[in-house]
Design a protein around this ligand. Structure first.
Ligand code: TYD
Length: 221
């Protein structure tokens, strides 16, 4: 089986990280070699870059932000994603290049062509085979992140703290990507329960794997 590269996207609080964990363990139960990773922070260097990028107390210039996300991605692609794909693994990444198009492009306002060039440089042209965009209203996402902060006592990260208008631009950018590339980018309605959304994710991922890698689903007993 050749590898497959699946990315999970959406605005903060959409629930993509929970869904990634669930589908990753389900794929492993089916005997598939699934690697779960994330951006920023999928590598040792990335962990340090993530801390700097998301620190709510840090003031980061927008251009520096764009380039640090790109540096994290370059390291991630070279040292983890490509080697894993070459050895036939299914790589599931919590965010990838579409996040830069949405957050730094639409959110921060960098021109689309510049963002595309930076993405191309960092990824060497590696595109996901399938991208799931978890879609939910900005109001509901903000309510979820607020609840999470109260439950965990965390301050939230620097990008989460942007205003609703920023998150609306990010959401619109993801929806536009899905319209532009309907084969690769699939919208998942994230307004239901964790279990309901998981059922939907399982359908989309299973269909994709059957079509594209010949992976047979062996449901756990
Ligand atoms: P995320 O991993 O979703 O944070 P958490 O799992 O803690 O909710 O993403 C971290 C933040 O980084 C998120 O607000 C989006 C932002 N981000 C960008 O702005 N550009 C990028 O290219 C990437 C990968 C993330």
């Amino acid at each position: 089986m050749t590898g497959a590269f699946l990315t999970f996207e959406g605005i903060d609080g959409c629930g993509k990280s929970t869904q990634l964990r669930l589908i990753a363990s389900q794929l492993r139960l089916r005997g598939l070699e699934a690697i779960a990773t994330r951006e920023p922070g999928g590598t040792a260097l990335g962990t340090r870059l993530r801390a700097a990028l998301l620190d709510a107390e840090e003031s980061v210039d927008p251009l520096a932000e764009l380039l640090i996300f790109a540096a994290d991605r370059a390291q991630h692609v070279k040292t983890l994603v490509r080697p894993a794909l070459e050895s036939g693994h299914i790589v599931l990444s919590d965010r990838y290049a579409d996040a830069t198009i949405a957050y730094q492009g639409a959110g921060r306002g960098f021109p689309a062509e510049l963002v595309a060039q930076v993405v191309e440089l960092a990824t060497g042209g590696l595109k996901p085979d399938l991208t799931l965009v978890f879609d939910l209203s900005v109001a509901e996402c903000l309510a979820r992140t607020r609840r999470r902060r109260t439950d965990t006592g965390s301050l939230g990260d620097r990008l989460e703290s942007e205003d609703a208008a920023f998150h609306m631009r990010v959401r619109d950018a993801y929806l536009e990507l899905a319209q532009r590339e309907p084969e690769r980018v699939r919208i998942i309605d994230a307004s239901g329960s964790v279990d309901e959304t998981h059922v939907h994710v399982t359908e989309v991922v299973t269909e994709f794997l059957e079509k594209n890698t010949g992976a047979r689903s062996q449901e756990p007993e």
